[in-house]
Design a protein around this ligand. Structure first.
Ligand SMILES: Cc1cc2nc3c(=O)[nH]c(=O)nc-3n(C[C@H](O)[C@H](O)[C@H](O)COP(=O)(O)OP(=O)(O)OC[C@H]3O[C@@H](n4cnc5c(N)ncnc54)[C@H](O)[C@@H]3O)c2cc1C
Length: 410
């Protein structure tokens, strides 16, 4: 259906930013949303899939379902070329889609910072497939350790002490001390978790007191915390540090950083420090009608640094983009994007979390409850909310984790 007179908006990527932009722009524009998957991944809970706390389908929501009450058209596909002079986008299917405004919202991918072995041996944490692969690797090792006479040890090394790494480390420690110990204690006690951070403290975006609390909480769960430890190389069963030490690592999980997806280079867009270069209006530098939002966009914050790669930035930019196009269509001038930081939170385990909002710092059970409710609120779809609540309630009441399956073999 062609909407005469409405601007034609094409959005690449149906994540936090793209989906928000599509819903907001659909009120006044003809919108096409394109993604390589037919579902949106709720990345903040991906680590719970890896650690058997949540079923994979609870963090994935069908994009068509999310768009049902809108006029947004969805296309599954991958962009191959942008013809900016004719306002056309070519997809991997060969289809050519014309646009008045094109939005790049394809998110980020694991950044290896050129460190040898990361791509080959470490597991990233960006897709449901990666989360399931991590779970299978750990559970398969555990099954082998349960065999009679086994004295094998298994070292889980998480690189990166930001919220993702910390949440992952705490969740693995609880999986080992809880369900795996109940199933076969002798095997569980031979699994060990360590977290490696290059900077002087964990969760550096939080205050020093909450960092210290996080480290204490993780250590209480049996996690070895190594700060000020730079990784030089990742091998199959170890990590070499810059100081020349070898840390045992039968699985390395890379939570040390992300950069814009590689397609930004393939599409010949301007890239600066691993993200698309944008103006303060969110227009891609050098283009009037190509925009970038979310993780892939290198928008600069009030402190002069690039904005953090977090969901609230992507969602606020999605809504802001829609307002910009509406203004442009009405002949009004564009504005500069300003991010409103509503605070940060991370959970370490049962009753253990940290929250920092405008200088207010909370740790412990209240922070943990706030974390649970906020994540439940933002998960898309009633089925996923109910499923997540059911898994969490079961885990809480029984100290069990029902998603310990190895599902990568046929
Ligand atoms: C493990 C993990 C935990 C996180 N936890 C938190 C948290 O607790 N709180 C928080 O605020 N933020 C968290 N984040 C960050 C947050 O998820 C991102 O900042 C947010 O998803 C960015 O939104 P986006 O729209 O830019 O990208 P995304 O939400 O990643 O969406 C990008 C979309 O683009 C699609 N895409 C990518 N490449 C292509 C292609 N070539 N062709 C077609 N489609 C493509 C993808 O399939 C995806 O649907 C976490 C991230 C990770 C990885």
């Amino acid at each position: 259906m062609v909407n005469m007179g409405k601007p034609k908006v094409v959005i690449l990527g149906a994540g936090f930013g793209g989906l928000t932009a599509a819903r907001a722009a659909a009120k006044f524009a003809q919108v096409t949303l394109i993604d390589r998957h037919n579902f949106q991944t709720f990345l903040p809970l991906l680590y719970q899939v890896s650690t058997a706390g949540l079923a994979a389908d609870h963090v994935a929501y069908p994009i068509r379902g999310a768009l049902r009450k809108t006029n947004v058209e969805f296309r599954m596909g991958v962009p191959k070329q942008i013809n900016a002079s004719s306002n056309e986008l070519i997809l991997d299917s060969g289809d050519c889609i014309s646009y008045d405004h094109l939005v790049i919202a394809m998110g980020s991918t694991t950044a290896d910072f050129g460190i040898p072995g990361v791509t080959k041996f470490a597991f990233g944490m960006k897709t449901v497939g990666e989360a399931l692969a991590i779970r299978s690797r750990v559970m398969r090792a555990y099954e082998s350790m349960c065999n009679p006479g086994s004295a094998e040890k298994f070292e889980i090394a998480i690189v990166g002490g930001g919220p993702t790494g910390v949440e992952m480390a705490g969740a693995f420690a609880e999986l080992i001390r809880g369900p795996l110990k109940s199933d076969f204690a002798a095997a569980a006690q031979r699994i060990h978790v360590s977290i490696i951070e290059g900077g002087p403290r964990l969760v550096p975006s939080f205050s020093a007191s909450l960092s210290a609390r996080t480290q204490r909480d993780l250590e209480k769960l049996g996690v070895t915390v190594r700060t000020a430890t730079a990784v030089k190389e990742v091998n199959e069963n170890s990590i070499q540090t810059s100081a020349g030490e070898f840390i045992p690592a039968n699985i390395t999980i890379w939570a040390a950083g992300v950069k814009g997806v590689n397609e930004m280079e393939e599409l010949n867009l301007p890239v600066l420090k691993g993200r698309i270069q944008v103006e303060e209006t969110l227009q891609v530098t050098g283009y009037e009608n190509i925009w970038a939002i979310g993780d892939i966009a290198g928008a600069i914050g009030s402190d002069g640094n690039m904005l953090p790669m977090v969901a609230p930035v992507a969602m606020q930019q999605g809504r802001f983009f829609a307002k910009q196009v509406k203004a442009r269509t009405a002949g009004l001038s564009l504005k500069a994007f300003k991010y409103t930081d509503k605070g940060s939170m991370a959970t370490i385990g049962r009753h253990k979390a940290i929250v920092e909002v405008k200088g207010i710092r909370i740790a412990g059970p209240i922070a943990w409850l706030a974390w649970l409710w906020l994540h439940l609120f933002y998960i898309l779809g009633g089925r996923n909310k109910i499923g997540t609540m059911a898994d969490w309630t079961w885990n809480y009441l029984t100290f069990d984790r029902g998603n310990r399956h190895i599902m990568d073999s046929f």
